[in-house]
Design a protein around this ligand. Structure first.
Ligand SMILES: Cc1cc2nc3c(=O)[nH]c(=O)nc-3n(C[C@H](O)[C@H](O)[C@H](O)COP(=O)(O)O)c2cc1C
Length: 234
């Protein structure tokens, strides 16, 4: 599904019927060569399919332009240059956040790590507590750390008190064996290939859309109820 107006240029939000409440679902990601960007678009498509308007954001780049050029990534960056860069403070306005990061040695990227490390103020006032958090990823190789990347990122989301949503097995595409594919119960994923030559398959994109719909539908029920949920636990 393609959109005439990029998500990041639209600024109206979904209103819950009868409640007049704005529900904001963020897709916050880092991408160097475009694979996570493509997956982020599919996650956003899923959010749209659930009846919400997603907001796509990038985390700040920490690499100098010359390094990006040397890594051969400059041409890919043009695809997502217009996606706004989010600040840690802005993250607190989300009702749900679906994070995307490529794998770096089986873990999230330094860019994502350094963004999350700047969210201490949000943590201190529990700004994300009781909200839905979810993660998707991309790795070069089939067994190069997709699951460890997602799971290790969940730790930070749990410290924020987020309610973790993965990719349930009701997404049947994660059980197929007739083709190589990403996606696991932890979240959607794609295999980029050693030289980034492979782009997300239809099955991987379907997983990303599913994750978007899944998170959006959970959020539909709990958005705005964080204080109530937390106080009921006391
Ligand atoms: C420093 C570095 C470390 C990486 N570590 C891994 C790794 O541990 N496992 C793996 O499969 N791919 C690894 N990769 C490949 C990236 O995960 C791959 O380029 C990325 O998923 C592509 O996503 P993007 O196009 O959104 O940037 C690494 C890449 C770099 C530059």
């Amino acid at each position: 599904m393609m959109y005439a107006i990029p998500f990041w240029e639209k600024r109206s939000h979904y209103l819950t019927p009868g409640e007049n409440m704005v529900i904001r679902i963020f897709v916050v990601y880092y991408s160097l060569f475009g694979h996570v960007h493509r997956m982020a678009q599919a996650v956003a498509e899923g959010i749209v399919q659930a009846g919400f308007e997603p907001e796509l954001y990038r985390v700040p780049e920490t690499l100098p332009d010359e390094v990006i050029e040397k890594m051969g990534a400059t041409q890919f960056q043009t695809e997502f240059r217009n996606v706004p860069v989010i600040t840690p403070e802005e993250l607190g306005h989300a009702d749900a956040v679906i994070f995307g990061t490529p794998t770096r040695f089986g873990n999230m990227t330094a860019q994502m790590r350094s963004f999350l490390d700047a969210t201490g103020k949000l943590w201190s006032r529990g700004a994300l507590a009781g909200k839905v958090g979810s993660v998707f990823t991309s790795s070069g190789t089939q067994h190069g750390g997709q699951e460890s990347t997602i799971l290790s990122m969940h730790i930070t989301l749990l410290h924020h008190g987020m309610i973790i949503a993965g990719l349930p097995y009701s997404f049947a595409g994660q059980t197929i064996t007739h083709e190589i594919t990403g996606c696991s119960p932890y979240g959607a994923s794609t295999i980029a290939g050693g030289a980034g030559e492979r782009f997300p398959s239809e099955n991987e994109l379907a997983g990303a859309r599913y994750q978007g719909r899944y998170v959006a539908n959970i959020t539909r029920y709990i958005a705005g109820k964080q204080k109530e949920i937390l106080s009921l636990a006391e």
